[in-house]
Each structure stands twice: as structure tokens, then as C-alpha cells.
Design a protein around this ligand. Structure first.
Ligand code: HEM
Length: 279
């Protein structure tokens, strides 16, 4: 199976488009590098950018199964493996850029990874991504049999480690890390109800609200524990909406958009059935 064909070997427009799309962040990074848009410390900036894309790709990979269950888009399963592999690719690029930044002094890289907790956590996540990557081939799926699924659940822990690494190196402003955490919470909550319960506008809206509250609460807890900023002040910042849009609001908006989209899809399908019955 090629990145542009489906399981029966036929050309798949969806797979081809997603495959091409996965290279866009890399091409954009190269273009910014060549035009000097990465600022005075291009390796540093490219390290940050590739790290952000690794987290985004992991969250997108984890969103595929819930979206498939909510909207009944079975074909999405075709692209899950390639998005997961892209996450591994961006993680390896991120690590390579870090090694380049350390002037390829591998002894120093190893000791930094061993001594700095946020790098140890990042390393564990990269290691996990590589294990999932090499065991994602059809041959590995067959070889691992019933062990494949439990092994690939490690992806949830990898996402958690990646987001923790993101928070730990964010210093004073953890907004982007909190946003990724919020999306991760949302996609994890979609996995809790069974498919029948999930296909309800109230369940979907409830999950959106729950994810938003958890995001706001955990974000405030992080600021309180890591920066000394009062958690209550961070929680209150959420009330400055719409002047200030904190991650919890973005998570709420995304979750409610999914609920509305599902409702629209169901209404449209019901009308189509009625029209067909009348014809
Ligand atoms: C051995 C593995 C890793 C190493 C050595 C590493 C190293 C680093 C370093 C040094 C930074 C800060 C760069 C700077 O301040 O210039 C950073 C930031 C970051 N890393 Fe990693 N990392 C690793 C793995 C990962 C993984 C697996 C992910 C994602 C799942 C990740 C996501 C990020 C993100 C999102 C940032 C911050 C971007 C931002 O602040 O906007 N890293 N990493």
C-alpha cells in the first residue's frame, strides 16, 4: 500500500491530499529558513516550530478515531497511520535540530537529556513514537496480533509526555501548551461514551463544556505550581472573554462546533431520506 493508494491498491484522493498536507509545515519551515524569516537564531526557532508540529500531529492522530465514530467517516481510518508517522518524523526532526544546536556533541546531548527532566520526558516521548512507528507496518500488526492494540494505546501516554514537555519549557507563557492540552482532553473525553451515546448533540455539548472546565482548571493549576502566578487570577482571565480568548474558550468553541456539525449532518441526512421516500 502506497501513501496515495487505499487497501485495494486504488488511488485515494483523501490519502494523497493528507500525505501532501503533512509535508506543508516542513516546506514552510524550509522556506522561512531560506528567506531569513526564522530570526537571528534559526536553529532555535526551527526546534520550537518542529516541536509544536509534533504535538499537533499527535493530537490530530488521536482525534481521528473519535471523528470517525461521531460522524461515521470510516474512510478516515486510511490516514491515521500516515499522520502518526508524520508525528514521528517531526519529533525526529526536532531532536536532530536540538543535536545540531549542540554542535553534534552527542556526549553533551546524552548528559543534558539525562540531567534535565523536561528533556528526559521529551526523549521518552520520542522513543515511544519510534516504537509505535516501527510497529505500524502491516507485517508488525500481523506479528503482534492481539498485543498490537494495547501497545498502541501508549500513544495516549506519549501525548501526555509531549504536552508536559511543552509546558515545562514554556516558561512564563504556557498558552499554547494549555491549548494543546485542552484539545487532548477533548479527544480523550470523546472516547469515553460508546458510539450510540456519542451520537447525541447533548453528549457532544456536555463533553465540550467538561473539556473547557478541565482545561481552565489544569491551566490555572500549572501556573500556580510552576510560575507562582495565582491560580485564581488565571481562572479570572477566562472571564475577560471576548476581549481575551484563553485556551478553554477555544476548546469550548471547537467542541461546540463538532456538536453543531454533527447535528447538521444528522438533519441533512434525515431530510434526504424523507425526500427519497417521497420521490
Ligand atoms: C529527546 C527528545 C527531545 C528533546 C531533546 C527536545 C528538546 C527541546 C528543546 C531544547 C526545546 C526548547 C527549544 C528552545 O527553547 O529553543 C524544546 C521545545 C519544545 N519541544 Fe521538545 N524535545 C524533545 C522531544 C519532544 C517531543 C517528543 C515533543 C512533542 C511531542 C516535543 C515538543 C516540543 C514543543 C512543543 C516545544 C516548545 C515549542 C514552543 O515553545 O512553542 N519535544 N524541545
Amino acid at each position: 500500500m502506497y501513501p496515495w493508494t487505499d487497501r485495494s491498491g486504488r488511488f485515494s484522493a483523501l490519502k494523497s491530499a493528507v500525505f501532501a498536507g503533512l509535508f506543508l509545515p516542513l516546506l514552510w519551515l524550509i522556506w522561512r529558513w531560506r528567506t531569513g524569516d526564522l530570526g537571528p537564531l534559526p536553529i532555535d526557532e526551527a526546534t520550537l516550530e518542529s516541536g509544536r508540529w509534533t504535538v499537533r500531529m499527535i493530537v490530530i492522530t488521536l482525534a481521528i478515531t473519535p471523528l470517525q465514530r461521531i460522524f461515521g467517516w470510516g474512510r478516515l481510518a486510511l490516514v491515521r497511520r500516515q499522520v502518526g508517522l508524520a508525528a514521528m518524523g517531526y519529533a525526529l526532526l526536532h531532536l536532530s535540530l536540538y543535536v545540531a544546536d549542540q554542535k553534534f556533541d552527542l556526549g553533551r546531548v546524552a548528559s543534558e537529556i539525562a540531567l534535565r527532566l523536561y528533556l528526559t520526558i521529551g526523549f521518552a516521548a520520542v522513543f515511544g513514537l519510534v516504537v509505535l512507528g516501527v510497529t505500524s507496518t502491516n507485517a508488525a500488526v500481523r506479528y503482534l496480533g492481539r498485543w498490537w492494540k494495547p501497545l498502541h494505546r501508549v500513544a495516549y501516554a506519549i501525548a501526555g509526555l509531549g504536552i508536559l514537555h511543552f509546558f515545562m519549557q514554556s516558561k512564563i507563557d504556557a498558552t499554547q501548551a494549555a491549548l494543546m492540552m485542552g484539545f487532548f482532553i477533548l479527544v480523550m473525553l470523546y472516547r469515553v461514551p460508546n458510539a450510540a451515546r456519542l451520537r447525541s448533540v447533548w453528549t457532544l455539548a456536555g463533553i465540550a463544556i467538561m473539556a473547557a472546565f478541565l482545561t481552565a482548571g489544569l491551566e490555572a493549576t500549572w501556573y500556580g505550581a510552576a510560575t507562582g502566578i495565582k491560580p485564581l487570577a488565571v481562572l479570572q482571565a477566562n472571564l475577560l472573554f471576548p476581549g481575551v480568548i484563553r485556551p478553554a474558550w477555544v476548546v469550548l468553541g471547537t467542541g461546540l462546533a463538532v456538536a453543531l456539525l454533527w447535528f447538521g449532518q444528522r438533519t441533512w441526512a434525515a431530510q434526504k431520506r424523507q425526500l427519497q421516500a417521497a420521490a
